[in-house]
Design a protein around this ligand. Structure first.
Ligand code: MG
Length: 160
């Protein structure tokens, strides 16, 4: 289908002590990690939903059900690669993506460029088309209490 299409994705995971924390395909050094059926990469889940939203191909739960053993502990970057394949099959190219992580701790700035590079490699686009931002909610709500992490993603795709 010709023309530009926009998509939005949002995801939340609870945090618990002693679990690995993986965000944007990058292992983060932190005492807490995401509770999840997969590796809990909340940023990549939001991005998958944004891409599926832009292409009107459903959502992450439709393609990778959390009731399936196949996706237990799954590397979310593999799920993202499968979403890219779904868009490729529909002749959609990815123009740019913009993601926001909402998390009180730790400081994510040292990891941002690695996240951008790992996402860009899977999306098969240059790193300067991949934005990852991090913010806090000023100690308010579930992110502020460090009970969870949320992520937003917006993407633009173009029919070839
Ligand atoms: Mg998720």
């Amino acid at each position: 289908m010709e023309g530009y299409r926009i998509g939005h994705g949002y995801d939340v995971h609870a945090l618990a002590d002693g679990l690995p924390l993986v965000l944007g395909g990058v292992r983060i050094n932190h005492a807490k990690g995401c509770v999840a059926h997969s590796d809990g990469d909340v940023l990549v889940h939001a991005l998958c939903d944004a891409l599926l939203g832009a292409s009107a191909l459903g959502d992450i739960g439709l393609h990778f059900p959390d009731t399936s053993d196949e996706y237990k502990g799954a590397d979310s970057m593999i799920l993202l690669a499968k979403v890219v394949d779904l868009l490729d099959a529909k002749d959609y190219g990815i123009v740019n993506v913009d993601c926001t992580l909402v998390m009180q701790k730790p400081k994510l700035r040292p990891y941002i460029d690695d996240m951008r590079a790992s996402i860009a490699a899977v999306l098969k686009i240059p790193t300067d088309r991949v934005s990852v931002k991090a913010t806090t909610e000023e100690r308010l709500g579930f992110t502020g209490r460090e009970e969870g992490v949320s992520a937003h993603a917006v993407v633009l795709i173009k029919g070839k």
